[in-house]
Design a protein around this ligand. Structure first.
Ligand SMILES: O=P(O)(O)OC[C@H]1O[C@](O)(CO)[C@@H](O)[C@@H]1O
Length: 235
């Protein structure tokens, strides 16, 4: 795992955005895997103002809440529209449909779509405090494919800041599985802020363990960990 460290959020975001822009320069019709959450907002801001050409790119988001309509302000579809798609044109953007009547069928459909594009070239990930990637909570089998998850209490609490009331935070989501994520040809893991210090240390120093989903990334051949805003005395 390659580790790039920055101090300031702007530099961190610029580095992340540059990795995406370089990917598009090398392969304009790349399939990009995208993430939501607070961490990548700066990256999206840089991308919005960049001259990156996304016109041939296809995007797949990692996850979506179950039960929120696409136009709900806190759906990940709304997040992505605001952060990126209203500002730049991509060829196609896919996000799981958390309102599908049959969520199992939706998960299979999402997997098939990714396969049709020959997999994901570059996947962006954030890191949950409990080590989750996408919405794959601790204990999720490393062999998981796109599936429906019960969100951990700590995840719902972490994301409550985006909702008016905690009770509004959905308790389920559809997420790409860990094996789905691991099939991406390249991965960027974004970790920013002091509150991620503990998770970052566990990632760097801990064992590969299903109780800390991000640890599997040590077994991927092409991962860049971008970290910033954390104290790193041990590295
Ligand atoms: O960047 P944040 O807001 O800390 O979130 C980290 C991770 O948690 C999630 O928001 C899910 O809770 C992911 O989408 C994200 O990658």
């Amino acid at each position: 795992m390659k580790h790039l460290q920055t101090r300031h959020y702007h530099d961190f975001s610029k580095q992340a955005a540059n990795l995406i822009i370089n990917q598009l320069k090398a392969k304009p019709n790349s399939t990009l895997g995208l993430a939501t959450g607070g961490t990548p907002k700066g990256m999206y801001e840089v991308l919005r103002h960049s001259k990156g050409d996304f016109s041939q790119a296809v995007t797949f988001n990692l996850d979506e809440y179950v039960g929120l309509s696409a136009n709900h302000p806190q759906s990940y579809r709304s997040f992505m529209e605001e952060q990126l798609f209203e500002h730049i044109d991509v060829a196609f953007s896919y996000i799981p449909n958390g309102e599908a009547d049959d969520l199992e069928v939706e998960c299979q459909r999402y997997e098939q779509l990714i396969k049709q594009y020959d997999g994901i070239d570059l996947q962006v990930l954030g890191l949950g405090h409990n080590g989750h990637i996408g919405f794959n909570e601790p204990g999720t089998p490393f062999s998981s494919r796109t599936h429906v998850v019960d969100l951990a209490e700590s995840t719902r609490q972490a994301n409550a800041r985006f909702f008016k009331h905690y009770e509004e935070v959905p308790s389920k989501a559809v997420t790409m599985g860990i094996e789905t994520i691991m099939e991406a040809k390249q991965i960027i893991l974004l970790v920013y802020g002091e509150d991620k210090q503990e998770a970052l240390e566990r990632l760097m120093n801990g064992e590969v363990d299903e109780n800390f989903p991000a640890s599997i990334l040590h077994q991927h051949p092409n991962v860049t960990l971008l970290s910033g805003g954390v104290k790193m005395p041990h590295y």
